[in-house]
Ligand binder design. Structure first.
Ligand SMILES: C[S@@+](CC[C@H](N)C(=O)[O-])C[C@H]1O[C@@H](n2cnc3c(N)ncnc32)[C@H](O)[C@@H]1O
Length: 280
């Protein structure tokens, strides 16, 4: 998004509807939207190029109003505002026992055994601060073994694929359907020096994939995880693992009852659950 200006639209939504609202709005923007959790409600933040045709803006606005639980805020944003915001709000932080997420512009001296992921999330989802990303990172740190072949489905900024590579995976296919995410993921993969082991690919979930994997990590939505389950069951090697994130706690039962895979571990945080499921 070089010199282009953007509309930043912030829509307060009920916490339990945030995921559905974000999905509906992301469909209209054609790119990822962020969910910013707050105490009693969440805010869905979407970005639309200032050149968006009025008709498309109106459709987006109508959808936003359908979900809004409060006043919708709109502001014009330039790339430099975006960068300033990130630089002010985003500092190195630790996830799990060894992983540290470090924004590209911050200095950080790693402690013994620490694995540092350097990120510039741009407009793609996945700066590591969202609970669903943190859950997946912690589960990856626990279950990933050196030498594994991994799919990261819905890679966003590439954060989980990069974590897998830095934790020792042999090969990672990082898949996303969003062009902005693919570009940002490629940049982050190169920045972390793992481009020789991470292939960033455009794709719809695991559609058309044939290579088997030891581990699949997918931080998506309950809906998409339900679609992914049969694909994952086909592509996992015996004993292989699916780490499924982005599932609201109240939808865990629905996912588990549809799963051809066996539950090994679950990890919940702030109303979200990550499931580790094993292929028999
Ligand atoms: C919640 S973000 C996760 C980003 C990152 N993996 C993380 O954990 O922070 C979900 C990502 O999935 C992508 N996505 C949504 N539907 C998809 C689909 N059907 N196939 C592939 N990617 C998809 C979105 O573009 C977005 O980048």
């Amino acid at each position: 998004m070089t010199e282009e200006n953007w509309w930043e639209v912030s829509i307060p939504v009920r916490e339990e509807e945030a995921e559905e609202a974000a999905n509906a709005l992301a469909k209209l923007t054609g790119r990822g939207v962020a969910i910013v959790p707050a105490s009693s409600f969440s805010t869905v933040v979407a970005y639309l190029p200032a050149t968006t045709p009025a008709e498309k803006l109106l459709r987006f606005w109508a959808e936003g109003e359908r979900w809004a639980a409060g006043k919708i805020e709109v502001r014009r944003l330039q790339e430099k505002d975006w960068l300033t915001w990130w630089r002010r709000e985003y500092h190195p932080f630790r996830v799990g026992k060894r992983l540290v997420i470090k924004p590209t512009w911050a200095a950080y001296e790693p402690g013994p055994g620490e694995v540092v992921i350097e990120l510039d999330p741009g407009l793609a989802f996945g700066c590591g601060t969202h609970p669903t990303t943190r859950i997946c990172l912690r589960l990856l740190e626990k279950w990933l073994r050196p030498g594994m072949k991994v799919y990261d489905v819905g890679t966003g900024s590439g954060i989980l694929a990069i974590a897998a590579a830095l934790l020792g995976a042999d090969w990672i296919w990082a898949i996303d359907e969003d062009e902005v995410a693919l570009r940002v993921a490629r940049e982050n993969v190169a920045r972390n020096g793992v481009a020789d082991r991470v292939q960033v690919l455009r794709g719809n979930l695991l559609e058309g994939k044939e290579e088997k994997a030891d581990l699949i990590v997918a931080n998506l939505t309950a809906e998409l995880i339900l679609q992914l389950l049969p694909q994952a069951a086909k592509l996992l090697l015996p004993g292989g693992l699916l780490i499924a994130g982005g599932i609201p706690v109240e939808r865990k039962g629905e996912v588990l009852s549809s799963s051809p895979l066996v539950l090994v571990e679950e990890l919940a945080e702030e109303g979200w659950v990550g499931l580790v499921l094993s292929a028999r």
